[in-house]
Write a protein that binds this ligand. Structure first.
Ligand code: ADE
Length: 243
């Protein structure tokens, strides 16, 4: 899967890309991330990309020309054009269903805003898929883009060591009946007893049917306690992957 990230601060991604799961996925050519500095498309001799908002008001707005031209150029660098996502608090909210939808694309082009955001004509012309990571305002789209990448790559085949582990994640529709998305069950490891707290006996029993039953029950209980709203919602049938 290929990600193209258009940002004014590409350095923000360097630590993230060189650690852990993503680093391994890149080394194994399962994922590629291409960073592009929007400033490189500025025609201004000072490489300026923003300006004051028409009509007044605080802050600066990112000009449309460098952003639209950057997207057009970057799209042309691979035979397969990318699905354009603009990270903004005004977008549809990222959840596991949307992550699954985004993971059906082979290439995503992520547009990260800063300041007061992009000039409206960026959206009018590019018609991006506008995505928010939550009802709060970040200082820019970069952390949101990393969140999106982090969630999507878990669904790219072979990225996770154990092929089942994303299927069993919280919010995954994988293992539960009636397409319900539940929180994941509690997990335990050694020692069997810690400060008087014991690991549930059934998990030590080796009885896989009993263990699966306990886990499903535990998932249901914690979902009921913590996120009752998830139990009211049933997923529609899964979509076919997009070409
Ligand atoms: N940029 C600023 N805040 C954001 C949010 N909540 N989601 C996505 N992009 C953002």
């Amino acid at each position: 899967m290929r990600f193209d990230v258009l940002t004014l601060f590409p350095e923000i991604f360097s630590g993230y890309m060189t650690q852990s799961l993503l680093k391994l996925a890149i080394e194994r050519s399962l994922v590629s991330i291409h960073l592009h500095n929007i400033r490189d498309w500025s025609r201004d001799k000072h490489k300026c990309v923003d300006d004051r908002p028409f009509g007044g008001g605080p802050g600066m707005v990112i000009k449309p020309e460098p952003v639209v031209e950057a997207v057009e150029d970057v799209q042309g660098r691979d035979q397969q054009t990318g699905h354009v996502v603009l990270l903004t608090p005004q977008g549809r909210q990222l959840n596991q269903t949307l992550v699954e939808e985004l993971a059906t694309h082979k290439r995503l082009l992520l547009l990260c805003g800063r300041y007061e955001g992009f000039d409206q004509r960026v959206s009018d012309l590019l018609e991006p898929d506008e995505v928010s990571v939550g009802d709060f305002v970040l200082n820019g789209g970069e952390v949101a883009a990393m969140t999106l990448i982090d969630t999507v790559i878990r669904l790219v085949p072979d990225v996770l060591g154990d092929e089942n582990s994303s299927r069993l994640d919280s919010f995954s529709s994988g293992p539960y009946p009636e397409n319900k998305r539940l929180l994941e069950h509690a997990q335990y490891t050694r020692p069997r007893e810690f400060r008087g707290l014991e690991v549930p006996e059934v998990l030590l029993s080796g009885d896989h049917t009993a263990i699966a039953k306990w886990r499903e029950q535990n998932s249901l209980e914690r979902t009921r306690e913590r996120r009752g709203d998830l139990l009211e919602h049933t997923d529609s049938p899964k979509q076919e992957p997009k070409p």
